[in-house]
Design a protein around this ligand. Structure first.
Ligand SMILES: C[S@@+](CC[C@H](N)C(=O)[O-])C[C@H]1O[C@@H](n2cnc3c(N)ncnc32)[C@H](O)[C@@H]1O
Length: 230
């Protein structure tokens, strides 16, 4: 994978914060440092919680991203992030292309993918990561994916409980870039459906009302079915 450099910390973090990459005998890690906090994060697809979630066959993510016949085969994830949703979907047999715009996230994710492949994790063989803006990718008119998946960063609520570490790192490193335009293009390009992850009570993405909604306690998945070409 080639990585395009050129990024800075999100404007939401305070001006004295830094994120460093650390490589030692335990592998690659990110270190976040601010006046009041020091956090380290590694990425590992073998994480127990992620592995357990592959067994929850009834979860809304799986229902939203395939049909009852399980006939969808390919998925394009426009917002790979830490690749958790992509991994879960690949564990169900989907061939997943992950797009991620942020080079630092891509580096950690690619390193983790290669470690898992070396450890014979078959699921990671169904994942392919590309460091690119999803809008740019879609504009290059790629081969149609059966399902296009979108998980934009949710707005940060100052009043709510502190986010978990992986999300805190995402919030300090990155943000949503041109996802409304990418969503509109996806509606034209998806072979069968577009799926958008939303906070449970948020308005529909870009004000498009979905055809189907799969609701969980704090999140929901809005499904937009592709109309047959006339
Ligand atoms: C909420 S996170 C996705 C989390 C992911 N679903 C997971 O399971 O880990 C959103 C990600 O989308 C990425 N992103 C935002 N705009 C993008 C764009 N135009 N193209 C590609 N990635 C983008 C951000 O850098 C961030 O990593």
């Amino acid at each position: 994978m080639s990585i395009k450099l050129g990024c800075s910390l999100s404007p939401q973090v305070d001006a004295n914060s830094t994120v460093n990459l650390k490589l030692d005998y335990n592998g690659l890690a990110l270190i976040y440092k601010s006046k009041s906090e020091l956090m380290e994060m590694k990425h590992d697809f073998q994480d127990n919680r992620l592995q357990k979630r592959t067994l929850e066959k009834n979860q809304a993510l799986f229902k939203a991203c395939n049909n009852r016949q399980k006939s969808l085969k390919t998925l394009l994830d426009l917002t790979a992030g830490w690749g958790h949703d992509s991994y879960l979907l690949a564990s169900q047999g989907l061939q997943v292309t992950m797009l991620e715009i942020n080079p630092v996230i891509c580096l950690l994710l690619q390193n983790s993918l290669e470690n898992s492949r070396n450890n014979q994790d078959e699921t990671t063989r169904c994942l392919n990561l590309i460091n690119i803006s999803s809008l740019q990718y879609l504009q290059s008119r790629p081969e149609k994916a059966d399902c296009i998946y979108l998980d934009p960063m949710f707005p940060i609520h100052k009043s709510s409980a502190k986010a978990k570490k992986p999300l805190q790192f995402l919030q300090s490193l990155t943000r949503n870039i041109d996802l409304e335009q990418a969503f509109e293009l996806s509606l034209q390009q998806a072979g069968n459906r577009v799926v958008v992850k939303r906070p449970a009570h948020a308005e529909a993405f870009n004000n498009h009302q979905p055809d189907i909604v799969y609701q969980e306690k704090t999140i929901r998945f809005d499904v937009y079915l592709s109309k047959p070409e006339s």
